[in-house]
Ligand binder design. Sequence first.
Ligand code: T1G
Length: 700
Amino acid sequence: MTAEYQVHGDVAVITLNNPPVNGLGLDTRQGIVDGLARAEDDAAVKAVVITGAGKAFSGGADIKEFGTPKSLQDPNLHSVIRTVEHFGKPVVAAIHSVCMGGGLELALGCHYRVVAPGCSVALPEVKLGLLPGAGGTQRLPRVIGVEPALNMIATGEAVPSEMLASIPGQKLFDQLATSAQALAQEALAFARSVADVRPLPLVRHLPCKHPQGEAYFQFARNMVKGMAKHFPAPGKCVDAVEAATTSRDFEDGLMKERELFLNLMFTPESRSLRHLFFAERAASKIPDVPSDTPKREIRKVGVIGAGTMGGGISMNFLNAGIPVTILEMKQEALDRGIATIRKNYEAQVKKGKLKADKYEARMALLSTSLAYDDLKDCDLIIEAVFEDMGVKEQVFSRLDEVAKPGAILASNTSTLDVNQIASFTKRPQDVVGMHFFSPANVMKLLEVVRGEKTAKDVLATVMALAKKIKKTAVVSGVCDGFIGNRMIERYSQQAGFLLDEGATPEQVDRAIEKFGFPMGPFRMIDMAGNDIGWAIRKRRYVEQPDIKYSKTADLLCEMGRFGQKTSAGWYDYEAGKRDAKPSPVVLKMIEDYRQQQGITPRKISDDEIVQRLVYSLVNEGAKILEEGIASKSGDIDMVYLTGYGFPIWRGGPMHYAGEVGLFNVVQAMKRFARNPHDDAKAWAPSKLILDLAAAGKTFA
Ligand code: T1G
């Protein structure tokens, strides 16, 4: 049973024990009810304490159960809480470490609550696209006040227990334990002290009013609307808390909450957020690398190259308190790199995001060098030099001579073959790709590229280090472009075809931005630089001549229109400004190109634009999955959400395809493949997507 029952003298203790966070799954809920039944039958028991084993009181309902019959099976959380409330003897919640969601709701159903200091208390359901569904929206306002409660519920943010215990007049916690260690004893003593209190206090009997309710909730709705454009849950949180102040009685408010909760449970936004909750955690697990694989100690990091990437990469480690030595070949390159790092930090200090003393402490961890020898005691060395295999060869053969045994040698390459890079050393098992995304000190995504010979403990070390530097790390196998850049190739190819066939850059951008991307393909490449794609296409024309491309992107580059950096790209830009103005010159170039290709332009719907751009990601993602380059579809979603701006409320390309239905995606792909101006080869559906579609399954 994942809830244990023990009697200590005249107090029964029910201990939730469902690792890792005492999720209130069916078994645990049953354990609580069984424990209460035993306490009821035992005349020697005068009071009951409910507490949690391990690192949490309870992290809430068991999210893994959602969408399964278990989550609604009795005793559901509501009935457990009702059993606690109506219990004939005092029930005291003894709370430590983490008390969240359904865990807090269970505690609110108890007659008393004793909490340890430093406990993280939250109703975070809104982060899953839900709202507290077991009375939290009705009870929390009654014990800490309507406004503090609505703040917690609509943001889902955790609040330390001692802060909540200090709210004047609060009735959330009856006692703040002197320490987490003393909690058990003090909760037992507290239970004995209230053993004879009757009637037992119930949160549901407390009043819940707001003096200027109508005005306040209107204000709250306006605030929430701004914060949660694409998410329905925060607005419903306001409705539920308002119902606590306006309902005829508590039960009426509870019904309102239940209705709102169930409604949200079946929204696509909540399904996406629940998918991402697990996908983010699953990404750090590598199927064939056990979680207890020993990790190498990373005490000192070397970064080769003080350019934009090298500087940004270094900042990640400085921010985590890890010393960095940056190596360059020329002093002025070093000076420029350090100056850029200083500028970035000073901007954060100016915005109040970083304390001046912290800034200096980080800079104190940074040293520079012009000699490889200075990297000899580094535990991890990351090269961020020019994207050319010849240069990589020079760097890695030098590192092989200088780096100490056991040092991890990482390349920040964005597309080159990590196996070939590893072959420049006599220690391929220590070589790995660490592909940061620019700006490297801001973007959360880190693609960890696993070479054929990369050792398992190197992978385990880098994945743990990624967590430490607050990156979302996803493991990719070796292929051209790894996961993200390989998929965006198809996306860019489709963007070009759409121009050939009749769309304009602004129409394509507007359509996909309406779908939810922050930037369409043309505004984005104008920002990144059209010459980057140009160089890759030139390489592709040689390596893979059968891939079709629209030539418009090359024509644009031949006109010297590289984007914002040349104040002209797909759009025109006023010097120093970022707003993209449609360019008659570019439209003319596209029209001339269509004529020259003999293409009669047609009106293309926004739906077709979105489908061709998004499904091109899905099909390439399916191939990446099929080839084992990515081990889970959730990893591909994490790459596209954290590195390429895929709209969070749609859950990532692979999850979104499941929402649309893979059968429908395959039908659309077959239609696109018949388009003579498109690339039928690129639309050839992967075997994986065909099999899943035929079986009516999703990628997950
Ligand atoms: N259910 C199931 N598994 C959970 C879980 C949960 N509520 N919370 C965490 N896990 C798993 C997680 O997947 C991971 O598993 C492991 O625990 C460690 O998590 C009716 C309906 C509690 C602060 O939203 O915020 O109650 O990958 O890496 O950094 O109103 O987990 O090891 O297999 O995050 O120490 C509301 C979500 C549920 C809390 C711990 N509760 N969890 O953080 O560990 S809905 C939440 C967290 C609800 C009621 C409604 C954090 C944490 P694995 P971790 P951590």
